[in-house]
Ligand binder design. Structure first.
Ligand SMILES: [Ca+2]
Ligand SMILES: [Ca+2]
Ligand SMILES: [Ca+2]
Length: 371
């Protein structure tokens, strides 16, 4: 029995010295996530590491370097810079990556200072894990273009690649597992949506009376057509375009649903539109009535031929009818002014002009047409 105990002790000592393989090696996920376009030319995202088998061991992060591949055309002709969002790391300074930089089609983060063993951090297993850093990518032109197409650069790629090491039972343990490196939620896709609002549009000037905020929803193209993602943007009065950023929807085919304070809810054409996560897309409602579901738009100009989203639904119930007329009539009677749903032509006053739009569309039984 004594002999057996000795053997066990020797085996245990050998295992601890080998530093290579244990029954309880820590496992992890590394995730680039929470992508947000803070400006059309500025993108931020988090890098998180999460310990995924906390019951059997702890994960102490020792040294790590982080490398990504991406499509440099995303710079849109500008110069890219890659930087830290100050104060965003959950790690002690000695464990934080260093020297963020862009080289050709790579985003690079150099290894932290060597072996800060004394205060090497224990990686969290709850929530999103431990935030390594929030990163910022900017281009010197006014906006990004195309698709970022961000991927982790792993051992299969030439040159530097993403590597992590851990401290386990006093030994350095190479932690890297390329299959646990993810690019997660929120890689934003942009849809540049062009639309005109009937009430705001002037056929003489080929422009709208004002810019205005519009909400756009990505809806499933399968019944019951759930909301998958949402975005808000300002439609410009002369370009009729707004850039809508979607953070959550995966690549797929969606209907685009447009909601505006006093317009008829309008959906994109039958079958939906292709959306690519991380991509830049365009959708133009103005070229033909059939760009909307059920061809539910009105021609607002002959030169150039343009179609607009019906106005008049001031109470946003999906139809233009007597209840909208009454609401607008009451606003007009009270000489109301300002940013109001009853101001159908966008001049900040509610008067007969607005009433005429509602009356005409109510006479034609204008209402929402949805899948
Ligand atoms: Ca015109
Ligand atoms: Ca209504
Ligand atoms: Ca008005």
């Amino acid at each position: 029995m004594k002999h057996l105990n000795k053997i066990i002790i020797v085996i245990a000592a050998l295992i601890s010295l080998s530093g290579v393989s244990y029954a309880t090696n820590p496992t992890y996920t590394l995730n680039a996530t929470n992508f947000v376009l803070t400006n059309p030319n500025s993108l931020e995202f988090d890098i998180y590491i999460k310990h995924t088998n906390p019951g059997s061991t702890s994960l102490v992060l020792l040294n790590a370097q982080y490398f990504f591949k991406f499509d440099p055309a995303y710079a849109n002709g500008g110069t890219l810079s890659f930087s830290f969002v100050p104060g965003s790391s959950d790690l002690p300074t000695a464990s934080q990556p260093r020297s963020p930089n862009v080289k050709n089609d790579e985003l690079r983060l150099a290894c932290n200072a060597p072996f800060p063993i004394s205060n090497a951090p224990v990686i969290l297993s709850s929530g999103s894990g431990t935030r390594i850093m929030r990163m910022k990518l900017t281009t010197t032109t006014s906006s990004f273009a195309g698709n970022l197409n961000l991927r982790w650069k792993n051992i299969a790629n030439k040159g530097y690649y993403t590597t992590l090491s851990s401290l386990l039972n006093g030994n350095v343990f190479k932690l890297t597992d390329s299959t646990s490196h993810y690019v997660g939620a929120g890689l934003p896709g942009i849809i540049n949506i062009k639309l005109a609002l009937e009430g705001f549009y002037s056929a003489g000037s080929n422009s709208m009376n004002r810019n205005d905020t519009v909400s756009a929803y990505l809806r499933s193209n399968v019944s019951p057509f759930q909301k998958i993602d949402s975005s808000k943007a300002v439609i410009d009065s002369s370009t009729f375009t707004g850039s809508f950023s979607f953070a959550n929807a995966p690549t797929g085919t969606y209907y685009i649903q447009i909601i505006h304070r006093n317009s008829i809810e309008t959906w994109s054409k039958t079958g939906g539109a292709t959306y690519t996560q991380g991509g830049n897309m365009n959708y133009d409602f103005t070229t033909a009535a059939s760009q909307s579901y059920g061809s539910n738009m009105v021609q607002i100009d002959a030169i150039p031929v343009s179609f607009g989203i019906y106005t008049g639904d001031s109470n946003q119930d999906g139809t233009v009818d007597a209840s909208d007329i009454v609401q607008i009539y009451n606003s007009a009677s009270n000489f109301e002014s300002g940013y109001l749903p009853t101001d159908l032509n966008g001049d900040d006053f509610v008067d007969v002009t607005d009433l005429v739009y509602a009356y005409n569309n109510a006479s034609q039984f204008v209402s929402a047409v949805t899948p």
